[in-house]
Write a protein that binds this ligand. Structure first.
Ligand code: PLP
Length: 235
């Protein structure tokens, strides 16, 4: 076996460091680190970064804007087994483009969007994994369905045969400590599971708060800058 030391560049160093912190947080919470999916959010970065991440073993990447999502997924189409997660606000008229590239859509926050994603299915398409984005704030204008509307959204989406409801997604509000905001995740998850019993995914946790999200039961982390480095300025 050859034993050339790999040059540990900045990207692989950050990836390993974050994965170490994920494993530590999981163990501290009595959870199995291998049950947690780390999605690398590559928004604003060129597709070459996605290719570098792929070479480092990353298979789950996330984007929050449809045009960038579609363009990068297209450019990186040769990277087999790479899963694209759509994590941003989605317009219904972009549902077809999103569905064409997405392994999972984390940001389903209204019945009309679920309907549009369902209507965008090709006739023999596999079911699309979707998560219901929940608003953790009291500000109704923020992204996500309010807790009071979560159960009916779950029932609506669960009735659409080309979608598979996998769980919930949330973004921590800026004005509350993340651990406090994430305390609501287990009961919100339970609300969805009362409709779809195996919808166990909880997508929560970003660079600033992934340890708190893991403590609250997150199964899918969406981590950008801690791994990619600072995002380039958008032109
Ligand atoms: C950008 C983004 C992330 C990642 O943010 P970082 O702070 O860079 O880790 C996670 N989730 C969503 C919805 C995002 O838009």
């Amino acid at each position: 076996m050859t034993s050339f030391a790999e040059p540990v560049d900045a990207l692989s160093g950050r990836l390993a460091e974050v994965d170490g912190r994920i494993a530590d947080a999981a163990r501290a919470a009595g959870r199995d680190p291998s049950a947690i999916t780390r999605i690398v959010v590559t928004k604003f970065h060129p597709v070459s970064l996605v290719e570098q991440l792929y070479d480092l073993g990353v298979r789950d990447v996330g984007e929050n804007r449809q045009q960038e999502f579609s363009a990068k997924a297209d450019e990186a189409a040769s990277l087999s087994g790479l899963r694209w997660h759509f994590i941003g606000q989605a317009q219904t008229n972009k549902a077809r483009a999103i569905r064409a590239a997405a392994a999972a859509v984390h940001s389903v926050d209204r019945a009309r969007l679920a309907d549009a994603l369902h209507a965008a299915a090709e006739p023999d398409a596999a079911r699309l994994d979707v998560l219901l984005q929940v608003n953790l704030t009291d500000d109704h204008g923020r992204g996500g369905v309010d807790a009071a509307g979560l159960e009916s959204l779950a029932a609506h989406a669960a009735a659409l045969p080309s979608l598979r409801v996998r769980g919930i997604m949330a973004v921590a509000p800026l004005d509350v400590p993340p651990a406090q905001a994430f305390e609501r995740l287990p009961s919100l998850s339970q609300t969805v599971r009362s409709v779809v019993p195996d919808a166990e995914w909880i997508s929560a946790g970003m660079t600033a708060d992934f340890a708190e999200a893991i403590a609250a039961g997150a199964t899918h982390l969406r981590i950008g800058s801690a791994i990619t480095g600072p995002r380039p300025q958008r032109g």
